[in-house]
Design a protein around this ligand. Structure first.
Ligand code: DQQ
Length: 469
């Protein structure tokens, strides 16, 4: 008898019903966090995109508001695709891509142009009377005539800028920069960055922001050729730390890195908040992932726990926002325990945080089994010889399978982890947070066990589990 939960998450953002993908217009405005999202309200499958809308005071508990944008104009009849938000003259502006199908082949016959909508109250949005504000005619030569989307609008000095994701029509993703004084009249500046062939044939959902003394560029490349462990998704969200020169219109950087090393993490957006934090939220699914909730559960899609973004040289460090700690309940603790073989914990659950520090000592491998039952388990493990961390969901239930692995250095011979489990999701923050692994799992409702294991002997320096209430 296959007992299956409805898989709905408990402390991650989801639409109330239907299909959700990218976060849009993520902004802290008038003391409130606004999150919009790609939404198909009528069933759990991608369709003509709307912008769902919700607000929050603490990034964890959200209040759903009415749909902010619907595909009801000639220039967006195929969908209100992704985009961003900005405050201008005391009002909240949304900038998004209008998708229009121009022929029978949905994968080829379409046009994308950029539009704006304005709100006086942050709830109801009115589309600009002269949309589109960046039309297909403004696409420079050498750039795709179809893929021209996902405007990220931001201000530098007294000018507004917009990044757009696209490609060169010959298999190289790129990002374009446009400039405006009023969000209505736009002029093309330059291609600020372009794939050298190793980073995908189209770039989506760009984001750029200042962090410390540097600028950070984020984007979601499509169809990235596999490059070892760290680029192994067909889509692998990427960041570069460098400098955005808005005069010559170039983003100067030396290296690029994945934003997440797991399975299901796409189209991140960031905002700066009243505390000056740079906060990021992403779609915790992946276009090619199987989503069992589409069958009979009538919903699909969840966002990650919001993560604070910090710099460490030319690398980023991610940490769960502190607000999540206010929802911790019923702590269970272990400390200074020698571990050899397997140890089933006396606590169980399906929605919790685990904070663990393990000293490797002589163990060849050690780790944690989550959501265990007789038949199912999700395994997080460290392997000493390869100095590698692995997230294995081959036996995690009816969802997608596979294993992700990435190199990790112990700190003073110890591995520290923060693990967030929420019914059908796992997010693992490794060490100081340079690497996070995110994946969806769909285990049996009764699979609630937690076990530690070690090949050879290691020491559990400390383990705390909190249910997240
Ligand atoms: N999803 C949106 C596009 C974007 C893609 C459509 C990324 O605007 O490029 O739902 O997942």
């Amino acid at each position: 008898h296959q007992l299956r939960s409805d898989f709905r998450l408990h402390y991650h953002f989801m639409s109330e019903y239907g299909w959700m993908n990218d976060p849009n217009g993520f902004i802290h405005y008038n003391g409130t966090y606004h999150l919009f999202y790609q939404y198909y309200p009528y069933e759990a499958k991608w369709g003509p995109m709307h912008w769902g809308h919700a607000v929050s005071g603490d990034l964890i508990r959200w209040e759903h508001l009415p749909v902010a944008l619907a595909p009801d104009e000639a220039y967006d009849q195929g969908g209100c695709f992704s985009g961003s938000a900005i405050e201008h003259e005391g009002r909240l502006y949304l900038m998004y891509t209008g998708h229009v199908e121009t022929g029978p082949d949905k994968d080829r016959d379409y046009r994308q142009e950029q539009a704006i909508a304005v709100s006086e109250d942050g709830v109801t949005f009115v589309k600009w009377k002269d949309n589109p504000v960046i039309a297909a005619g403004a696409i420079p030569l050498g750039v795709s005539r179809q893929d021209f989307r996902d405007p990220k609008v931001f201000k530098r000095g007294d000018a507004y800028y917009a990044l757009l994701g696209s490609n060169d029509g010959a298999g190289h993703g790129l990002i374009l920069l446009y400039r405006s004084a009023d969000l209505v009249h736009w002029e093309y500046v330059n291609v600020i960055a372009k794939s050298d062939g190793t980073l995908g044939d189209n770039w989506e959902c760009p984001d750029v922001f200042a962090l410390g003394s540097k600028d950070v560029l984020m984007m979601s490349p499509q169809r990235v050729p596999a490059q070892g462990d760290d680029y192994c998704n067909l889509h692998s969200t990427t960041y570069m730390v460098g400098h955005l020169d808005t005069d010559d219109g170039r983003f100067h950087y030396d290296a690029y890195y994945p934003i997440d090393y797991g399975f299901d993490f796409y189209a991140p957006q960031t905002t700066i908040d009243a505390q000056g934090r740079r906060v990021m939220i992403a779609w915790m699914d992946m276009w090619e992932s199987l989503m069992p909730t589409q069958q009979g559960h009538h919903w699909a899609g969840a966002m990650t726990v919001p993560r604070e973004v910090l710099t460490d040289g030319d690398r980023l460090v991610f940490k769960p926002v502190d607000e999540i700690e206010a929802y911790r309940q019923a702590p269970y603790e272990l400390s200074d325990v020698i571990l050899k073989g397997e140890r089933v914990l006396e606590t169980q659950g399906d929605r919790y945080e685990l904070k663990v520090v393990i000293e490797a000592k002589g163990a060849s491998a050690f780790g944690i089994k989550l959501r265990t039952s007789g038949r199912e388990e999700t395994v997080l493990s460290y392997h000493a010889e390869e100095r590698q961390f692995r997230f294995n969901r081959d036996r995690s239930g009816i969802g997608p399978k596979g294993e992700r692995k990435t190199s990790i250095e112990l700190e003073d011979g110890k591995l520290s982890l923060r693990i967030f489990v929420d019914v059908s999701s796992v997010e693992v923050f490794l060490g100081k947070g340079h690497k996070v692994m995110t994946g969806r799992i769909y285990p049996n409702e009764q699979a609630r066990g937690i076990a530690l294991f070690s090949e050879g002997e290691c020491r559990v320096v400390s383990l705390t589990k909190w249910d997240i209430g």
